[in-house]
Design a protein around this ligand. Structure first.
Ligand code: TRP
Length: 382
């Protein structure tokens, strides 16, 4: 069997239920149980985000402590990020719809880190190319509707002065052998990779550092990012801060099935945010991994498996009417609905989403400044 490797810089091997179970055990994270779900459901007044409902966000670290804080009116904040290595596709954007939902549900501040430095260090891309992606990705992200007063984008090169100051505190508590063991770094790697994790850990306490108030941080991330935050949980208490809490997702469903992450290197491998309606439809029809059966007869008789069906899953993430999603799920599973129909429906929903995003993106172009990290804005929360 192919060996399973999951680090922030390398994902290899089949990703199925059993590999996720292995990761949960290996990384030492907890599964999100019904009790936690019902607590969050109550706080969100029954508006559970579909990524939680469908258990794409499936694991956590000390999420209960954050909910305790919320219920006791103690402030906390959110932190997530994106490595700007290319154009964004819908698989990249969905976690940000989740971060947005968290921000709205809890009404809290949010850091979004753009790790342009990381992408420079681990890829062969030029800085100017990465900078273009950084700017374009920021626009895509803020177009989702984040609150400019409470959303702070840390583009590493631009925010380096503040980040670096605190990152050295982190770096002082991490040994080279830890980085080698956790990230798979070896002696022939460049030394930037050894230091970089301190940059990604810093936002997990930056709000507390700048305000002088000890505050908990909740980080939504895909499980490949866990190494950073495992180390963060070790280091932060040594610096006088709380261990960061985490809400952790599986990899998002990929257009052509989930044996690997949805990749952005090939155009037919994903649905990009600037794809036209016709392209979306074509990609779904031609490439989308289907949970349906091979023949019409079998499909009618046995039904589809919606849980692994790209079209159904995307539809379920974007459709706000969860009652409608539940009905489609039943119809598709029972064989009443066919794969082609499912794909049509998903194509409509996805195109609708992309169209509205395009319009918003145009309007956001001269508002980016409002979202960029400014330490003075954070200090107002002192
Ligand atoms: N390293 C991440 C990536 O390559 C980006 C990132 C930075 C991030 N900080 C984060 C992701 C916090 C999740 C949470 O995509």
């Amino acid at each position: 069997m192919e060996k399973l490797t999951v680090t922030p810089w390398e994902v290899n091997g089949e990703l199925n239920d059993s590999s996720y179970s292995k990761l949960v055990e290996k990384f030492g994270v907890d599964l999100i149980n019904d009790n936690l779900i019902s607590r969050i459901n109550k706080i969100s007044k029954g508006n559970l985000h579909p990524l939680l409902k469908r258990k794409v966000f499936f694991a956590h670290r000390e999420l209960n402590l954050v909910l305790d804080d919320y219920e006791n009116n103690r402030p906390f904040y959110l932190y997530t990020g994106r490595g700007p290595s290319g154009k964004m596709h819908i698989g990249h954007l969905l976690p940000f719809t989740f971060a947005l939902w968290l921000q709205r549900t809890f009404n809290v501040n949010l850091f979004i880190q753009m790790t342009d430095d990381e992408k420079f260090l681990i890829s062969g891309k030029e800085k100017n190319e990465i900078e273009k992606f950084t700017n374009d990705n920021i626009l895509d992200i803020i177009s989702l509707g984040f609150d400019p007063k409470k959303t702070h984008i840390l583009a590493d090169y631009r925010s380096a002065k503040v980040l670096y100051y605190y990152a050295t505190d982190v770096a002082k508590h991490i040994t080279v052998s830890t980085v080698k063991a956790v990230f798979g770094v070896n002696d022939s790697d460049n030394i930037g990779k050894v230091f970089f994790p301190s940059m990604q850990i810093t936002p997990a306490f930056l709000f507390s550092a700048l305000t002088g108030k000890k505050m908990r941080c909740l980080i939504p991330y895909a499980i490949d990012q866990d190494p950073y935050f495992r180390i963060a949980r070790d280091v932060l208490p040594k610096l006088g801060y709380y261990k960061p809490s985490a809400i952790i997702s599986k990899f998002l469903p990929a257009l052509q099935g989930n044996s690997a992450k949805m990749s952005s290197s090939k155009t037919e491998s994903a649905i990009f945010l600037d794809d036209s309606k016709a392209e979306v439809k074509k990609k779904l029809m031609k490439y989308a991994f289907s949970g349906g059966k091979d023949t019409l007869e079998e499909q009618r008789k046995y039904g589809a498996n919606p849980d692994i069906d790209f079209a159904f899953l995307e539809y379920s993430f974007l459709e706000e009417d969860q009652g409608k999603v539940d009905r489609i799920y039943q119809d598709y599973k029972s064989g009443k609905m066919l794969s082609g129909e499912m794909k049509e429906l998903a194509a409509e929903k996805i195109s609708e989403f992309l169209e509205s995003l395009k319009t918003k993106k145009e309007k956001m172009k001269d508002r980016v400044g409002e979202y960029m990290f400014d330490p003075e804005k954070i200090k107002l929360y002192s």
